[in-house]
Write a protein that binds this ligand. Structure first.
Ligand code: SF4
Length: 272
């Protein structure tokens, strides 16, 4: 039996309210099964990353290794970048502050709207990264863990779709908040389970390739600025990362996406 919450087991009488509740156990049972499949695949992925890290003698984090492996098709560059991590702190503070501003606005709004039924966590660590906001709520307890909704904020225009995919390995619902375009979009893990598992499996195969001695070289735009010892490496001109911000537009966008996030959260919680 997957659902342990007695409220589900007791509900047998037909009626408007009970129809809603009776419909949920089956739905959640399916989600619990697929969640378990993703958990297994994700655990295998974590094991492969551990093995590669040990073979390469690096201390790179899971998130760093996966972002390199997903972001670059060239195995030789992947290994080079995983073993020569170069963290640059030369980022305009405005980028960081802009992100923090949106995050705190949304956290405050969640507290004001759902304070009694939720636990809110910021900078929540998962196997392959750190989520901006996680909301746990105990309205329904499944046998594997509490239900959670995750929020990832993109305060600038750039967006890493591989990162979104990775976060979905461990998020039941991931709400992507894109401030400049005012998009607030929920993505449901259960709707793309097969695709996520296929993505995990192909990443595992790629990680295996990186353990080989004779690494392939795959040329492409990623050769620009590549620091591997390779004849195809190309120079890249340096950008200076100075943020430009239209403040009035930014404040309007933040207000808009905060309201939309609360609306989406209400809809998601109502479904449960
Ligand atoms: S220069 Fe290009 S082909 Fe050579 S290792 Fe770097 S990314 Fe790969």
């Amino acid at each position: 039996m997957i659902i342990k919450d007695p409220r589900f087991q007791q509900e047998k009488t037909p009626g408007p309210k009970s129809q809603n509740i009776v419909a949920h156990p089956n739905k959640i049972e399916n989600i619990a099964v697929t969640k378990s499949e993703i958990d297994l695949a994700n655990q295998e992925l974590v094991n492969c990353i551990d093995s590669l890290r040990s073979n390469l003698g690096t201390r790179a984090s899971n998130a760093k290794i996966l972002s390199i492996v997903h972001g670059c098709p060239c195995p030789m560059k992947c290994v080079n970048d995983i073993t020569h991590i170069n963290y640059s702190n030369d980022i305009d503070r405005l980028y960081v502050e802009r992100h923090e501003y949106v995050k705190k606005k949304i956290i405050d709004a969640i507290q004001l709207n759902f304070s009694r039924s939720t636990t809110i966590k910021s900078e929540h660590k998962i196997n392959n990264g750190t989520l901006d906001i996680v909301i746990l709520y105990d309205k329904i307890i499944l046998n594997y863990h509490e239900k959670s909704i995750c929020i990832e904020i993109k305060s600038g225009r750039s967006i890493d779709l591989f990162q979104i995919e990775r976060y979905l390995y461990e998020s039941y619902v991931l709400i992507v908040v894109r401030v400049p375009t005012r998009d607030v979009v929920p993505i449901h893990q259960a709707n793309i389970t097969e695709e996520l598992i296929a993505g995990i499996n192909s990443t595992i195969k790629k990680l295996d390739l990186l353990n080989e001695n004779n690494l392939l070289k795959v040329q492409g735009e990623w050769c620009k600025g590549c620091t591997a010892n390779c004849e195809f490496s190309k120079k890249v001109s340096k950008n200076n990362h100075i943020a430009r911000l239209e403040f009035e537009e930014f404040f309007k966008n933040v207000s808009n996406v905060t309201d939309k996030t609360i609306q989406v959260l209400k809809e998601e919680m109502f479904k449960i």
